[in-house]
Design a protein around this ligand. Sequence first.
Ligand SMILES: Cc1cc2nc3c(=O)[nH]c(=O)nc-3n(C[C@H](O)[C@H](O)[C@H](O)COP(=O)(O)OP(=O)(O)OC[C@H]3O[C@@H](n4cnc5c(N)ncnc54)[C@H](O)[C@@H]3O)c2cc1C
Length: 358
Amino acid sequence: MIIGGGPAGAAAGVGLARRGLGVVIVEGKTFPRAKVCGEFVSPAATGVLESLLPPAALREAGARTVGRFVLEEGEREVWWEMPARAWVLSRRTLDDRLLGAARGAGCEVVQPATVRAVRWGPRVARVDIARAGGAVETLEADVVVHADGSGRHDSAGPTPVRAGVLGLKAHLRVPGGVAGLRMRSAARAYGGLVGVEGGAATAALVARRDVVARHGGDGDALLGEMWPAYRPEWREGGWMWCGVAGSGYIGPGNERSFRIGNAAAAVEPVGGEGIGLALWSGALLGEILDPGDLAGTQRAVARAYRSRLRTRGAACRVAAECLMRPRLMRGLWPLLGVSAVRGGVLGAFYALSGKPAA
Ligand SMILES: Cc1cc2nc3c(=O)[nH]c(=O)nc-3n(C[C@H](O)[C@H](O)[C@H](O)COP(=O)(O)OP(=O)(O)OC[C@H]3O[C@@H](n4cnc5c(N)ncnc54)[C@H](O)[C@@H]3O)c2cc1C
């Protein structure tokens, strides 16, 4: 049983079902649904994403590719070429298509239905599931995969949320469109802007709570501070917000339990690595889960996670800390204009945060 049908759960479901294992995915929300996210998939995850949704299927869903990372400051900008093409697609569409791929691979998807509790026994786990009408039923599972973004029902406990930090997201209709992935820095906050399907653009912000409070909780005011050209009338729909998960790898709390995606470990959203880690960890578990050696599989997942996070986690953290310091960014600006330094910065970031396969 997989708790959560986001990128991690869907990727694991596809891998496990393709191997002929019986998989039930329980997803609490009706899809398509919106989610706080920058909606940019790191070029490090292009391979795993395309193994689940081939480029033709991504294009048919309206996904765009982005080739440039652009850092903006006031009216000036400096840019880097991505080391490989990177996909951009709203979470509304992406998660819906990924869950569709899991269904197509043979997973049973129970949706909308929320896991309320998991009780661990020596041979099976008993999982209480509340269906839309409120009826609760108990299903038995040999293995429970926590792909709920938080690991709430694993005995090791939930993924911590970074104290005092908030994530915000809104869709905009920017005149002339948005080219590339564009990042801006502000004091104790940073933001990203990228064009998604249907001519819309996603603005995602990460900010300390005091900064959000200073703007009276108004996402328009916060985005306007980072990006003076922004006009609130470009916004389509309201701002969504959530806490920002942050932690090193969290091992599962029971031998029948596996954690993937944000439930296992989260990184700063700055590099667009979160969806990539979710897809990678789901695909990994789908490939290596050995029902006859659960402890061995847990050790292998932990090893792979730790090695993947060792430099990725640090690279994303450093990038986020720099972006939250506009004075530092202004000081670095003349250096960033030098192409060799620029090449080195992005090269180092992707080498540390996950070089895409050639
Ligand atoms: C501001 C911000 C910007 C970001 N920008 C980016 C970006 O541009 N690129 C990027 O790669 N990453 C980004 N991220 C990170 C990214 O959103 C996450 O890393 C990613 O969503 C993790 O995927 P997941 O599958 O582990 O969990 P989720 O995407 O959280 O999916 C979990 C699923 O489980 C379901 N669920 C939860 N509890 C239950 C339950 N009890 N029963 C049944 N179902 C349940 C939920 O409904 C959900 O569908 C950003 C994050 C923030 C906060």
